[in-house]
Write a protein that binds this ligand. Structure first.
Ligand code: ZN
Length: 240
């Protein structure tokens, strides 16, 4: 069975890299941007589409609305790591997994104990003053009545999250490429691999142990050594 093969691959690999998308977080009840119950579908009634509400223009021009939307739709304080996060943290502790590359901004991998986490889209847990660059934790944003202002210089605080119209952090992207190039096993989970940069990143993998785990099919399924269309948390738990 392919689950046995997956277990075997994990056992024989020493340099596993995991690359994850929104599907990793939906199992912790954080909605996916585009799924049925996702942000895009549930916010259709608001005046502007979420692509605007989460854009850099909105942050600059309609900062109060940006933060209202952001706090309501992007932050799930009660979310806890699921089985996928925990298995990956355990694999890192066991010296088998070298990096988690994620498109999620929720910090759940770190909460589960992962240390080397490359966050392509940033994190809600890091926030910086746009004037003096002072760091603020998530709590500071949540405790601010409307627009979070720096307690040192009065500047507006911005989440270190890649908004629409903003580019990815090139340093993080380069490191992600390096880890993928060196990996002996690449597990890709919770992404349909249809959107940049996900699809491009897996092209850097040179090994023969590409494993795809996603609830629906992806365009890369036929190129993978193994592909599973099921819950990533349960599958990884069974395979380790
Ligand atoms: Zn400041």
């Amino acid at each position: 069975m392919s689950i046995d093969r997956l277990r075997e691959m994990i056992r024989e690999s020493q340099n596993i890299v995991f690359f994850g998308g929104a599907g990793v977080s939906t199992e912790s009840k954080i909605p996916d941007f585009r799924s049925e119950t996702g942000l895009y579908t549930t916010s259709k009634n608001t005046q502007y589409p979420p692509e605007y509400m989460l854009s850099y223009s909105c942050f600059l021009k309609d900062t109060e609305d940006f933060y209202e939307f952001y706090k309501k739709k992007m932050i799930y304080q009660e979310a806890k790591p699921n089985a996928a996060h925990i298995v990956l943290a355990d694999l890192e502790k066991a010296g088998k997994l070298r990096a988690v590359i994620t498109q999620n901004i929720d910090g759940l991998h770190q909460m589960a104990g992962s240390v080397n986490v490359l966050e392509l889209h940033g994190s809600i847990h890091r926030n910086y003053c746009t004037k003096c660059n002072k760091f603020f934790p998530l709590k500071y944003i949540l405790d601010s009545p409307s627009i979070p202002e720096c307690d040192q210089c009065g500047g507006i605080v911005k989440p270190d999250v890649v908004l629409y119209e903003e580019g990815l952090n090139m340093y993080t992207l380069d490191r992600a490429v390096e880890y993928i190039e060196r990996a002996d096993m690449l597990i890709v989970g919770g992404t349909s691999l249809r959107v940049y940069p996900a699809a491009g990143l897996i092209e850097y993998y040179r090994g023969n142990k590409l494993v795809l785990i996603n609830k629906s099919e992806t365009p890369y399924d036929s190129r993978a050594a193994l592909s599973f269309n099921e819950s990533i948390g349960e599958l990884l738990k069974k395979a380790t």
